[in-house]
Every structure is written in structure tokens, then in C-alpha cells.
Design a protein around this ligand. Structure first.
Ligand code: IMP
Length: 194
């Protein structure tokens, strides 16, 4: 069986990727399987760079194909912020209710309410065989916090085709259109061709 490492310690992400990759014949490992905890500094300036930095760093250590992802919310009226700083915006441990209120306040008087969720997934098989797949979902910053599903910035992300926020639909419906599933679909199409 082919082995593949997901460069994350987030068990939820591991399960998500495992569900997608097992049917393709991959045995999925993660940073949780390593004896020592691994901290990688994400010092790139784009989602793609950060995903590649993470995947390459882990590949150097584990010497097997590695997948790493980086994602976040880009708000037009905030010049693309919080972007790659989405998790760190206003502090890692700050409640998303506070982060979301701050974004609503910053966007309130702007004509352009546009926003995108972006996800970059890097696949590093060797030092020379590396690819990055990007998925984007276009929406708007809503005028209020709405919905109980999902996580992070979902309650303020209005998705026009659903006529509501991504936190106000089921997780499975969100996953049909999400930036992560779009990037994943590209990765899977690539792996299926291998
Ligand atoms: P990471 O890619 O796991 O580092 O996620 C970065 C951050 O982007 C998360 O902590 C969230 O703040 C935000 N984010 C990424 N994807 C989503 C999403 O699907 N919904 C809401 N927030 C998200």
C-alpha cells in the first residue's frame, strides 16, 4: 500500500483526508504518528507558499509523499486580510465571535463586501516532484453573525447560491462547495492520474 503523510496534528483534518485518500489506495499517516512533536514555522507570504513550506519540511524528515494545506479568509474591504493570518487574527485564542464582530465592523461602511475563502494544498513527493492545488469559494461578508454550523469565519461568510451564510447550512452542504473540497478535488484528480 502507498503511504502518504498529512502534515497536520489536527485529527479532524486527518480523518477528512483519510476518507478521501483511502479509496485511492493510500495508507494515511500524520504528524500524530511521529515520536517527537514537529513545529514548522509558516513564514511564506501566500497560502501556496505556506502549504509548500510545510509539506517540504515534513518530507525532508519523513521521506515519504506529504500533503500540507493552508487556508483562510480574504476580505476585499480589508485588502485581503486576514488572509494567511486568519488563525492568528486578533490572537490565536481570541473567540471567533470577537474576530467576526471586528470584521463586520471593518466592512460595514464599505461598498465592496466581497470575500473569498482560499485553500492551498501542497503535495510533495520528492525534492523535484511538487504540486500545489488551490480552491476558492467566492462570497460576501454578511451584515450579521448567522448560523451554528461549521467553524471560524463561517457565520459571517454569506454564500450567494445558498442565500445564507456557510454556518447556516449543514456541514455536508458546505463541504460540497468549500475551498478545501475544491482544492482536494484537484489533488485527487492528480493522484488518480498517477
Ligand atoms: P488552517 O489552514 O488550518 O491554518 O486554517 C486557517 C484559519 O482560516 C482557520 O483557523 C480559520 O480561522 C480560517 N478558515 C479556514 N477555513 C475555514 C472555513 O472553512 N471556515 C471558516 N474559517 C476557515
Amino acid at each position: 500500500m502507498k503511504q502518504l503523510m498529512i502534515a497536520t496534528s489536527n485529527a479532524h483534518k486527518v480523518n477528512e483526508f483519510e476518507a478521501l485518500l483511502k479509496p485511492l489506495g493510500y495508507e494515511v499517516k500524520s504528524l500524530l504518528d511521529l515520536a517527537e512533536p514537529l513545529e514548522i514555522e509558516e513564514n511564506g507570504s501566500t497560502f501556496e507558499e505556506n502549504a509548500l513550506i510545510k509539506a517540504s519540511a515534513v518530507h525532508k524528515i519523513v521521506k515519504m509523499p506529504v500533503i500540507a494545506d493552508d487556508s483562510g479568509l480574504c476580505v476585499n474591504a480589508m485588502d485581503g486580510a486576514p488572509g494567511i493570518y486568519s488563525a492568528r487574527f486578533m490572537g490565536y485564542d481570541t473567540d471567533y465571535d470577537i474576530k467576526n464582530r471586528e470584521i463586520l465592523a471593518q466592512v460595514q461602511n464599505s461598498e465592496d463586501k466581497g470575500a473569498q475563502f482560499v485553500c492551498a494544498i501542497a503535495y510533495v513527493e520528492s525534492e523535484t516532484l511538487q504540486h500545489v492545488f488551490t480552491g476558492v469559494v467566492e462570497g460576501k461578508i454578511h451584515d450579521q453573525i448567522l448560523g451554528e454550523h461549521g467553524f471560524g469565519y463561517d457565520p459571517i461568510f454569506y454564500y450567494p447560491p445558498f442565500h445564507t451564510t456557510l454556518a447556516n447550512v449543514s456541514e455536508s452542504l458546505k463541504n460540497e462547495v468549500s475551498h478545501r473540497s475544491r482544492a482536494c478535488a484537484k489533488l485527487i484528480a492528480y493522484l488518480e492520474d498517477q
